[in-house]
Design a binder for this molecule. Structure first.
Ligand SMILES: O=C(O)CCC(=O)C(=O)O
Ligand SMILES: [Fe+2]
Length: 275
């Protein structure tokens, strides 16, 4: 297996590996690459829904997403779909998945099933590189702070998606979520310090109101999105991407009006996070 970096601080492309057969030392090396670089892209995969599920089980546990539609015959698979006549996509703003859970998902395995003729790339940003690039005074300011995360404002009956043409596709509108995590976590496997707040799901710093929290959160978000810390994944038939939700943020670009795009996602279980 050959590993090539996609950008200086985030992302790798891995050649010479079929995920459907990956196990043992190869699977271990793949995991380390995902934990370290944040996202691994594999091309030309022969990867049926059954392969997808079996591979995710070999990796570790599967978390079922509470909101996205599930694949009819394989409820382990969430369907990330934008129909040709829809305006809104899923995940079209910088975020990390499931940070609103007390034990957030480790990451995701996303498989391209239907692609537009062009566009529909996914951006990733590395939160270890983002933390490293923070000025010292900002690092000092967030030392020891925690933040509250929820998904309720996104998925509730009067939430962000409900006001769009994606609203009817989603499940779980009645669920209530909420979790407190350190603003800076250590990656459970690599030990690297990571910035763990995000636009979509972080509401406030613990002990401060949303209004009081926003200036500092906004400074962190701006600092996190340095161009050097981002990479862009262009999908092709047979492309699979595996990302780490602790190490990265992602953003699904919505630049293919009039075309359908459909991805299959399995969410991998994570572990408790600590400073
Ligand atoms: O469709 C994509 O590229 C990613 C969508 C997303 O945010 C997700 O599947 O978590
Ligand atoms: Fe996402």
């Amino acid at each position: 297996m050959q590993i090539t970096q996609l950008a200086p601080n985030v992302g790798v492309e891995i050649a010479g590996l079929q995920l459907a057969e990956a196990e043992g030392d190869e699977l271990e090396a793949l995991k380390q690459a995902v934990y370290t670089h944040g996202v691994a892209v594999l091309r030309d995969q022969q990867f049926s829904p059954e392969d997808h599920i079996a591979f995710a089980r070999r990796w570790g546990g599967i978390d079922i997403n509470n909101y996205f539609p599930l694949e009819d015959e394989h409820p382990e698979i969430a369907v990330v779909r934008k129909k040709a006549d829809q305006q809104t996509n899923i995940g079209g703003a910088w975020h990390t998945d499931h940070s609103y859970d007390q034990v957030p998902a480790m990451g995701s395995i996303l498989v391209a099933r239907v692609l537009p003729p062009s566009g529909g790339d996914t951006m990733f940003a590395h939160m270890g590189a983002a933390y490293d690039a923070l000025p010292q005074d900002l690092r000092d300011e967030i030392e020891g702070l925690e933040a509250f995360h929820t998904a309720d404002h996104v998925y509730a009956p009067d939430g962000i998606y409900a006001q769009t043409d994606m609203g009817k596709e989603l499940r779980g509108q009645e669920l209530k979520t909420g979790a407190v995590h350190p603003i800076v976590i250590r990656h459970p496997r690599t030990g690297r310090k990571l910035l763990y707040v995000n636009y979509a799901f972080t509401i406030n710093i613990v002990g401060q109101t949303r209004e009081e929290s926003l200036p500092l959160l906004q400074r962190l978000y701006d600092a996190a999105l340095l161009a050097d810390n981002q990479c862009r994944v262009a999908w092709q038939p047979g492309t699979v991407a595996i990302w780490d939700n602790r190490t990265t943020w992602h953003n699904a670009l919505n630049d293919y009006p009039g075309y359908a795009r459909e991805m299959h996602r399995i969410t991998l279980s994570g572990e408790a996070l600590a400073a």
